[in-house]
Structures are given as C-alpha cells and as structure tokens.
Design a protein around this ligand. Structure first.
Ligand code: SAH
Length: 258
C-alpha cells in the first residue's frame, strides 16, 4: 500500500522577534515532523518545534554555501512522499522575496497543494520598530517593495524610473537586499528625488541587536560606511521617515545636554 502524501506548509517566521510569529505559524511548527529552515529565521521561533522533529538548516549560515533551491524542493517532496508533516520555515513572509512562489509551483507540479501561512515581512516590521508608518495621508499614498539585488545576469532595477514614480505618485520605497548596491541605488534615486529625502536603514530589525541609521539620500553612502551597518537590512526611502528622524535628532540633542 502507498504511504499517503504528507502535508507541506510554507510558514512565514516573521522578521526575527519570536513574539511576532502568528498563532497559526506557531501551531504549524508545533505539528511538524520535518522542518526545513531558512537563514533569517529568529532562533526563538524554533522553540515551538517538538523535540523529536527533524530540523534541517538550508540557508547560508556564517558564510557557508546555501543548499541549492532544487535540492530544497526535492527534500520537501521526498519528505511529503514519506508521509511527513513538512514545514518550510522562511524569514518574514514566504511570498515576499522568499522564493515561496517557486516552491509552491514545484510542489504543485508534483501534485502537492501546499498551505501557506503569512509572516510579518521585514520591510514592514523594520520601519514599525522605529514607530514610523509606510503610508501616510499627507506623505505617501502607497508603498513599493523592491529588491536591491539584481537578478543573476540581469540589468537590475531602473532606479531613476523608480525614483520618478516615487516622486510623481508619492510612494514610499522599501528596499530589501540593498546594502551591497547602495551606491547604485543612491545615484539612481538622486536623479529623481531631492538630496534631503529621508532614508532609514534598519539592520536586524526586531532582533535584540537591531541597529539603524536615519539619514538622507545625499548622505546615504557616507552614513552607511560610517555606521558600519550591513546585511540583513531594510532601506526605507520617503517622507514617512521624517517624523522619526526628527524625533531621534531631538532625543540625541537632549541626551547631549543632559
Ligand atoms: N521573505 C523575507 C525577505 C527575504 S529576502 C521577508 O519577508 O522579510 C532577505 C532580505 O530581507 C535581507 O537581505 C534583508 O533585506 C531583509 N531582511 C530579512 N530579515 C530582516 C531583518 N530582521 N531586518 C532587516 N532586514 C531583514
């Protein structure tokens, strides 16, 4: 007799703070017999796993090579065919720059319809952790989530056009994986947006060692170098950052004179 197919659930682990996990995600992790874990999953999240669950880390840890995408997809399939309850745990939300779409397609091709559980994406959590919004009736009518990392062999995003859209349509830009392309992003956006456009860069958002830098488009690169911020980080560009930038400046002045 054939083993009945197991279930596969793609679970968003949220930005890092385990308190930001959804109840549904916590339940799925608790029910899993096999868990395939990505890089940017906060440690506390796995505390929900059963002690006997088999956990495989398939992300790039400490500079190691990550498991090829095809291998991850095969691991999920093999486990599901063996009747396991498989959870594929991904940082933030599985469907925002997480290759969740590709994994769903590959499972479907094999006749498995996965369940997907949202997580709070880091692009949202990062700016919220500073108390600033992504939209605002006076400053931003919408948000664009973009990757700063160009597709392999691809031309990458047209930052000038994106800057023009942000300016003309009053949109906040949320840039994932942008640190290593910061120079290109800065020069492209500066062709369309004023130099004093506020920018927030938030590293390891919602984790205990979160760091951030509040700056302007003109000073982005120099401030990034000076602060030493690195990946994983989110950049938020737009007037929604103004309020928190001013509040932090005022706080710094108050601290100095205290
Ligand atoms: N699916 C994830 C994004 C994966 S792409 C999500 O929804 O958040 C990986 C990029 O996400 C990183 O390079 C970084 O830009 C961002 N990222 C993920 N976790 C982060 C965190 N805690 N703080 C800041 N940026 C983070």
């Amino acid at each position: 007799m054939n083993t009945p197919l197991g279930q596969v659930t793609l679970v968003g682990a949220g930005p890092g703070d385990p308190e930001l996990l959804t109840l549904k995600a916590a339940r799925a992790i608790q029910a899993a017999s096999v868990i395939l874990v990505d890089d940017l999953v906060g440690e506390g999240v796995l505390a929900h796993a059963r002690p006997e669950a088999r956990i495989a880390y398939v992300g790039k840890r400490g500079g190691c090579k990550s498991t090829p995408q095809a291998t991850i997809e095969q691991l999920m399939l093999d486990a599901a065919r063996a009747g396991e309850n498989v959870v594929r745990l991904k940082g933030g939300d599985p469907f925002i720059f997480g290759r969740g779409g590709e994994e769903v397609e590959s499972l479907r091709r094999a006749g498995i319809e996965p369940v997907v559980i949202n997580g709070i994406t880091s692009g949202l959590a990062a700016i919220t952790s500073l108390g600033a919004p992504l939209t605002h009736r006076e400053h931003a009518q919408g948000v664009v989530f973009v990757t700063g990392h160009p597709q392999k062999d691809g031309p990458g995003l047209d930052w000038v056009r994106l800057g023009e859209s942000a300016r003309d349509l009053r949109l906040t830009l949320v840039i994932y994986m942008g640190i290593s392309s910061a120079a290109r992003i800065q020069s492209g956006l500066l062709a369309a947006l004023p130099g004093d456009t506020p920018v927030a860069v938030i590293e390891r958002a919602t984790l205990k060692n979160q760091r951030q830098c509040l700056t302007s488009l003109r000073e982005l690169l120099s401030d990034l170098q000076q602060s030493g911020l690195g990946s994983p980080a989110i950049m938020v560009v737009g007037d929604v950052v103004t309020g928190v930038r001013e509040a932090l400046r005022a706080q710094a002045l108050a601290d100095q004179s205290a």
